[in-house]
Design a protein around this ligand. Structure first.
Ligand code: NDP
Length: 390
């Protein structure tokens, strides 16, 4: 874990003003995307979509079910039954999926309450438990980026749990609900090919994240970012409700794709997944055991911190090969929706922006951590994410 040596001086995400705006902008974007998806013609020309009434956003029963869902996931996280627990959780949650879908407003309210709780408790946290990037002393900034690094209640790690369980599993559940809704609305005995592709690709991604859950321990979210509004909202609202947009879109805007097109998209997704998984595993295995004989064929640049930087293999191809694989998959998730509207491509466009920004943040941290060794690495591996482009 990175420990904050002092107050955070370099503010990210547009500083105090940027983070203040994002607290409103992120929920508004989720609402906008969901409302657009419900439109018959979700083109940009049809802006703004009709707004729902405040009363229609609130339903006590649904909020109760959402809380049940959250605490049910927490119970499964605590039970010592290993990786099968989330599979059981997916199966059991089937019953409540229809209530939970589209109630992003309630999850947003919950994530706001959770963020307020996280900020209040962080005020009592010892200095060494604060996040390197969320200790500026500015309330709004620290509230947004997360003041405490890894808040725990006893041994229950709130950030680790939220990063992996309720949001990711919620995403799969919403996708499955959309698949059923498509069959019901269009009187189909089988889901469409597009819907099957979107559901399978995203299920693979979630299963992979849960199966390799310890790999999250070497990610920026765990090591650098605190647990505040950004991650609470991201994990509990943005991931389940925005990442399931393609499936939601397909319910109201069916599209027929041929088998050869489906095969080509599947191959693209497999290529993306292969790059993503092998790059992440290579780095995680190396960080866990740099002397692993299976990795002895890889060349390493030593650094003053004692940690090495991989300079061949995937990490010698581009500086963030895992982002490259992730972006290729994101494209494969949008392509089954055809080319009638830009809306289902929101994910891939947003994701490229997110990862380009994230890559720049990571470069900045690595340059500070590794100094000259990082500069040598950049000379040896000049491209950041896209070979020969960027
Ligand atoms: P990474 O897993 O890429 O971790 C970056 C860290 O890796 C660096 O800070 C550095 O940390 C280490 N590193 C960098 N270069 C090297 C090298 N050459 N050799 C060895 N170690 C190196 O970052 P993220 O947490 O951003 O991403 C994790 C995964 O999550 C990615 O696959 C990403 O695509 C995905 N992701 C998905 C999102 C989604 O919404 N679906 C959102 C964000 C990320 P150190 O040296 O300290 O170990």
């Amino acid at each position: 874990m990175e420990k904050p040596s002092s107050k955070t001086k370099e503010l990210e995400f547009g500083g105090r003003f940027g983070t203040f705006m994002l607290i409103f902008l992120l929920p508004a974007t989720v609402l906008y995307l969901l409302l657009m998806c419900k439109q018959d013609d979700p083109s940009l020309m049809n802006f703004p979509p009709p707004l729902p009434t405040i009363e229609s956003l609130w339903e006590a029963k649904v909020f109760g079910v959402f809380l049940l869902w959250f605490f049910f996931q927490a119970l499964f996280y605590l039970l010592p039954i290993g990786k099968v627990s989330w599979l059981v959780a997916i199966g059991s949650s089937w019953i409540i999926n229809l209530w939970v879908r589209l109630k992003g407003g309630l999850s947003a309210a919950f994530s706001m309450v959770l963020s307020i709780y996280l900020y209040i408790r962080s005020l009592k946290a010892p200095e060494e438990d604060l996040a390197p990037g969320g200790n500026s002393g500015y309330l709004v900034y620290d509230f947004f980026t997360g003041h405490e690094l890894n808040p725990r209640i006893g041994s229950f790690d709130l950030k680790y749990f939220c990063e992996l369980r309720p949001g990711l599993i919620g995403w799969v559940v919403i996708n499955l609900a959309m698949l059923l809704a498509e069959m019901k609305i269009h009187n189909q005995s089988m889901p469409s090919l597009s819907m099957i592709l979107v559901n399978s690709f995203q299920l693979l991604y979630v299963v992979d994240a849960l199966w390799n859950e310890e790999a999250v321990l070497t990610t920026m979210d765990i090591i650098h970012d605190g647990f505040g509004f950004m991650l609470a909202f991201g994990d509990l609202v943005w991931v389940p409700f925005v990442y399931s947009l393609q499936a939601f879109y397909l319910v109201g805007h069916p599209i027929a794709i041929s088998w050869p097109v489906a095969a080509a998209i599947t191959i693209l997704n497999c290529i993306g997944y292969y790059i993503f998984r092998s790059a992440n595993s290579q780095k995680n295995n190396f960080r866990r055991n740099p002397a692993d004989p299976k990795l002895s064929y890889l060349k390493v640049i030593p650094t003053a911190t004692g940690k090495g930087l991989l300079v061949t293999g995937w990490w010698g191809f581009v500086r963030h090969p895992n982002y490259l694989g992730d972006i290729i998959m994101a494209l494969a998730w949008s392509l089954p929706c055809g080319f009638n509207h830009i809306l289902p491509y929101f994910y891939v466009i947003y994701f490229i922006c997110l990862l380009v920004h994230r890559e720049a943040r990571d470069e900045h941290h690595c340059k500070k951590k590794y100094g000259l060794a990082w500069e040598r690495y950049c000379q040896r591996v000049p491209y950041r994410i896209f070979p020969y482009i960027y």
